[in-house]
Design a protein around this ligand. Structure first.
Ligand code: SF4
Length: 280
């Protein structure tokens, strides 16, 4: 904290507009550290909404996402997609993988280096941790989970995906959700949670609480708000596994989130409840 700001606060003197702005910024930074354990860039979040013509990048993406009627066909369309600039730097597109009728769809931000090289989602250290976390509550990507990302091609240098990239790629995720009809969507990390829940709140506040898709975006809503039971698909945000690798103290709240997810699935699916009885 600057000397001038400290003395103002101590002496209870009125602040100038600039000093107020400094104080607000410092409180904001402190809030990030207290809630999330680290500071993330403060860019306005981009929401999973109907892309405007300017943002769309390529109308062909929306068209490509409409046609396929199986997850494999969506994956094929993604593999050949050139709908945004990320196609120029990717090695392989990463459509996602998992069960055809998953209990849970896990959504991350975008592929990293390992995923870009292999064409598979969450295969690096963070992915291995994710698999262990899911397995602890009886979830596996080859039987009852599907793992995907908001954008299907790697942003260079692991930067955040840009608004036009998210907008261009959104129809693919929407189509996957429409075809997979998961009981619950688990958002891994701030970026996926903010995108799917249409919010700017930090992951420290969002985690562990269920939300649903905003009804403000009809084109997406038509595809994704109704789950197989005819009710909105609950979305549960939690920390990204790579955040847990950086900060061990986040593992306990992440475990609480998994227990929340398991309780919801037990409520929604008798078979899962029976098969995982006695797990925790
Ligand atoms: S990120 Fe999405 S829209 Fe962009 S090229 Fe890859 S698949 Fe297409």
């Amino acid at each position: 904290m600057s000397l001038a700001l400290s003395s103002i606060l101590i002496l209870n003197k009125p602040m100038t507009a600039e000093q107020k702005s400094d104080a607000a910024r410092l409180l904001d930074i402190a809030g990030d550290y207290l809630r999330d354990g680290y500071r993330r860039d403060r860019e306005a979040p981009v929401f999973l909404s109907d892309p405007s013509p300017q943002e769309r990048g390529a109308a062909s993406v929306a068209e490509a996402a409409q046609g396929p009627d199986t997850p494999d066909a969506v994956a094929e369309a993604i593999g050949g997609c050139t709908g945004c600039q990320l196609c120029k730097t990717r090695t392989k597109a990463v459509p996602g993988e998992g069960a055809g009728q998953p209990l849970v769809l896990v959504v991350g931000e975008g592929p990293g280096a390992d995923e870009d090289a292999s064409g598979r989602p969450f295969v690096g250290k963070a992915g291995q941790l994710l698999d262990k976390m899911l397995a602890s509550i009886g979830l596996f990507r080859d039987t009852n989970c599907f793992i995907a990302n908001v954008v299907k091609c790697r942003p260079p240098g692991n930067r955040d995906p840009q608004p036009e990239e998210i907008a261009a790629c959104a129809p693919f995720l929407a189509r996957q959700i429409a075809l997979l009809r998961p009981l619950v969507i688990l958002c891994a990390g701030r970026f996926a949670a903010q995108t799917l829940l249409h919010t700017a709140e930090g992951i420290g506040r969002l985690r562990g609480r269920f939300g649903v898709y905003s009804a403000e975006y009809p084109a997406i809503t038509d595809h994704v708000t109704l789950g197989s039971s005819g009710v909105p698909i609950p979305i549960l945000p939690t920390y990204h596994p790579s955040a847990l690798l950086r900060d061990e103290t986040l593992k306990r709240p992440a475990w609480e989130d998994l227990k929340t997810l398991r309780a919801k699935l037990v409520e929604m699916d008798d078979t899962y409840a029976r098969e995982t009885e006695g797990l925790h």
